[in-house]
Design a protein around this ligand. Sequence first.
Ligand code: TXA
Ligand code: MG
Length: 329
Amino acid sequence: MKIAPVQHDILRAVQTLRAGGLVAFPTETVYGLGADASNPDAIKKVFAAKGRPHDHPLIVHVASTMQLADWARDIPAAANVLAKKFWPGALTMILKRAPAVSDLVTGGQDTVAIRVPSHPAAQALLKAFGGGVVGPSANRFGRVSATTAEHVRSEFGDAVDCVLDGGDCDVGIESTIVDVSRSRPALLRPGWITAAQIESALGVSLAIPDAQSPRAPGTLAKHYSPRTPLQMLEADLVIELARSLAAQGKRVAVLACSARQPLINGLVWRAAPADAAGYAHELYANLRALDAAGCDAILVEEPPRAIEWVAIRDRLTRAAAGAEAEDDD
Ligand code: TXA
Ligand code: MG
């Protein structure tokens, strides 16, 4: 359900940002943990609240493409093409940073991530604030992103000064990240806007990130992880493993998309929507609910391989890497 925060909420959020406080705000992808992007002390609070290492750079959110030049320099034609086509929206671009941008925002890199979100509450907030707002996903480091105000409150409690409630996020997974800071644009993180849509807008194919690409720490290894160990398996194997774990006295939670619920004692079962948009919209709420069930294992039925499922599979793969892989944001 969409909720439109009233003018009073927006004003309180703007005052909080101006005072150097933390404001969680809705975007159409996921909730962001916002702070004034020009205030180093406020940015430090974001890292502290998330428990995120300082070399993980942050996305700067602005109300309009017109503000791009406040944060970036040497803006290439490709950036203008993508901005025209996809902003406001679920796209983040990596550009060369403007000299005044704080090292805290960029993780000391020569680039900066910028996004113009479309959610009406985010737009209202950014317009009223006027400046840039850093906004990593509003979750603790390495954990599942938040797609409702309630998720944000349960992650941070009083550590956030103000939560702007905009209802549940339409898209449900984080923005697509495209690096346009080098001569050939590259996809750093898949999202609801697909690589094919970006390529068709640009008229060139996207490069695979290489060693010289801007480092996007949040796109590696463990991420988006529930506390309960998670595995992604084909439908038949999900049922087989659920039976065998249950036979060993283990409690199992399943996220299904096509599989039918078998009769297994104590099984916690959630049926996800069969279409990619619906699946993405509910993904993090589903993972949070399954995690909260306190089972020994979460088994996720592998979603289809078609292009609109690429970003969902990416998030699930990282969630599954949780137990053994390196930490991430
Ligand atoms: O949908 C989204 O993108 C949400 C909403 C709130 O905008 N934000 C989000 O932020 O997902 P975060 O911090 O959780 O993920 C941003 C990713 C991280 O992987 C970070 O490493 C990468 O963007 N990133 C940020 N600045 C970068 C830069 N200058 N170069 C390369 N990667 C960068
Ligand atoms: Mg994140």
